[in-house]
Design a protein. Structure first.
Length: 128
């Protein structure tokens, strides 16, 4: 029993206990970090829901945009101008089969804008 008491006494003498202000400071830092983590959880969840919603909307609208672009009726002046522009791009790009490729490229460009604009705005407007 004596060796255990000596070991306890020696351990108590060698123990380094930080000053009270250091303990208080560490507790404050830990409490702030915990509060920040708890407060950030709903924001993170909302951001995840927004990203998933954006992906779902984009994936569901791209086929409709492509179908719409392929089935354009050339009855209005605006549509004729767009069709003429796409045809001019297709002719400049290559063979006669390139027109659907040009329409697809326009649709992909629109979809990229739908995805990239919110990301760019988030990066530019983030407070971090």
């Amino acid at each position: 029993m004596a060796p255990l008491r000596r070991e306890k006494t020696r351990a108590l003498e060698e123990a380094v206990v930080p000053a009270a202000h250091v303990v208080w400071w560490r507790a404050q830092i830990r409490a702030r970090a915990e509060a920040h983590r708890i407060a950030a959880q709903p924001v993170t969840f909302a951001q995840a829901v927004a990203v998933v919603s954006r992906v779902v909307v984009t994936l569901t609208t791209v086929p409709a945009i492509i179908t719409w672009a392929r089935n354009l009726s050339i009855e209005s002046v605006l549509v004729r101008d767009v069709a003429a522009s796409v045809s001019a791009i297709a002719e400049a790009a290559g063979p006669a089969g390139a027109a659907p490729l040009a329409v697809s490229a326009v649709a992909v460009g629109l979809a990229a804008c739908l995805v990239l604009v919110p990301v760019v705005l988030y990066v530019l407007l983030a407070d971090d």
